[in-house]
Design a protein around this ligand. Structure first.
Ligand code: MLT
Ligand code: ZN
Length: 425
């Protein structure tokens, strides 16, 4: 099971168990949206990578902030643990229950509350988890960053800081505390997002290269070196590939700039082959090569996943190093991610889970990252799987402060227990 595998030997904390009376109370709060059917629950109990599985017997699907507030007030009074769940697309087991936590899904909170043209962005309830639904309805670019959220605290108290102001420096920046808190401090029920208008011209170039370091100086997206499955035909022979997207308002002008760039990198020998697309379907197909890497890896066998922030000049060192260290015990050691951000997704696959492979990877990967003053989680969070390694990236004083903040905001610890912070001794 996941516990022995991830070194978490602790059992279920002493929360209450859902009773018939609880079910009746929830039925009054969210009528018809109290789900106990095991077949429906299955999809919410397991993460999309199918690596972590909980055993919740109850899924609640509120539509409004008020309903979330009533649910949490009840859970708080009854000492019932809660697993807030958005799109369930997490990479570290943070989005599914560990034991029998009540799953509070925001899937039905998916409408755009309001949309202000010009200066302001849309106000979206959090069910627009990946704000794609909001985007589709308002024709904007992918949301840049959440501005101000509304959230519900562990005891049901609603904190409405929703605002479409661009600047507001009154008091502590509370929103920043909640962003990335993985449902352990409160449940975010709505956000306002600033969205730039959708560009009229989009071009994507998919290029093969012999050298990723030089590419890193001119582009800001990704490096990967992987060849397998039915994608290999498309990937060709280059050790590295980079996907570049440009967007702008004048197609002719943008094409000219991109062509200048391509001529330059081709003549310098930096790029060895590639393709360019402006047609919507071909753009999508090229992006799919990048976006489906995770999924392709999970079909390759057992996947050991790391999401590291590293100094750009050392970004790829671990990949080549681990290929040597692991030898034939690994099927693939691949590195991809977000080159411009210094973010490496290091993924290793083996036929089946192997303690010897894990022993070679950990704590080596974490120690090496700490030595570079990198981060052991650049973007995926800590969730359930990585909660034990927070100390590689933050000093003990910071950990203690985080624990104090958690105790202040969620004194009973009912919100997404077993996640984010290391288990307390
Ligand atoms: C990505 O960049 O594709 C995501 O962060 C997920 C992953 O680790 O593959
Ligand atoms: Zn990523």
């Amino acid at each position: 099971g996941p516990f022995s595998r991830h070194g978490i030997g602790r059992g279920r904390l002493p929360f209450s168990v859902v009773s018939g009376e609880d079910l009746a109370a929830f039925e009054r709060i969210v009528p018809g949206r109290v789900i106990t059917d095991p077949e429906v629950l299955e999809a919410s109990n397991v993460d999309w990578l199918r690596m972590v599985r909980g055993s919740s017997v109850l899924l609640l699907r509120p539509r409004t902030t008020e309903e979330v507030s009533h649910i949490l007030r009840h859970c708080h009074e009854r000492n019932l643990a809660v697993n807030p769940q958005g799109g369930n697309t997490g990479m570290v087991g943070g989005s599914v229950p560990v034991f029998d936590e009540v799953i509070l899904s925001t899937a039905l909170m998916n409408q755009v509350i309001s949309f202000h043209d010009m200066s302001d962005g849309p106000v979206c309830p959090c069910g627009c988890g990946a704000p794609s639904e909001a985007q589709a309805s308002v024709q904007t670019l992918p949301a840049q960053r959440p501005q101000w959220p509304q959230w519900v605290l562990a005891d049901g108290m609603v904190l409405n800081c929703l605002s479409t102001l661009r600047k507001d420096n009154t008091g502590y920046d509370l929103k920043q505390l909640f962003i990335g808190s993985e449902g352990t401090l409160g449940v975010i029920t709505a956000v306002s997002i600033l969205c730039p208008p959708k560009p009229r011209a989009v071009s994507v170039a998919f290029l093969g290269s012999l050298c990723w370091k030089m590419l890193g100086e001119i582009v800001s997206f990704l490096v990967c070196s992987l060849l397998w499955g039915n994608q290999s035909r498309l990937w060709g022979q280059s050790p590295f590939y980079v996907l570049i997207e440009t967007s702008g308002s004048r197609a002719g002008h943008d094409a000219e700039k991109l062509n200048d760039f391509l001529e330059q990198v081709l003549s310098s020998g930096l790029v060895t082959d590639g393709t360019v697309a402006t047609d919507h379907l071909k753009v999508k197909a090229l992006w799919a090569l990048r976006e489906r890497i995770s999924e392709a890896l999970s079909r390759d066998g057992y996947v050991y996943k790391y999401d590291l922030s590293l100094p750009t000049e050392r970004l790829y060192d671990l990949v080549t190093d681990l290929r040597v260290r692991l030898g034939p015990r690994a099927k693939h050691v691949v590195g991809y991610g977000h080159l411009g951000d210094g973010n490496l997704h290091l993924n290793v696959t083996s036929e089946a889970f192997s303690p010897s492979v894990l022993g070679t990877l950990e704590p080596y990967v974490y120690e090496w990252t700490a030595e570079q003053r990198g981060s052991v989680s650049a973007e995926h969070g800590l969730g359930f799987k990585k909660r034990g390694v927070l100390g590689y990236s933050k000093p003990p004083e910071a950990l203690r402060l985080m624990q104090q903040l958690k105790a202040l905001l969620d004194p009973k610890g009912i919100l997404n227990p077993y996640k984010t912070l290391p288990a307390q001794a």
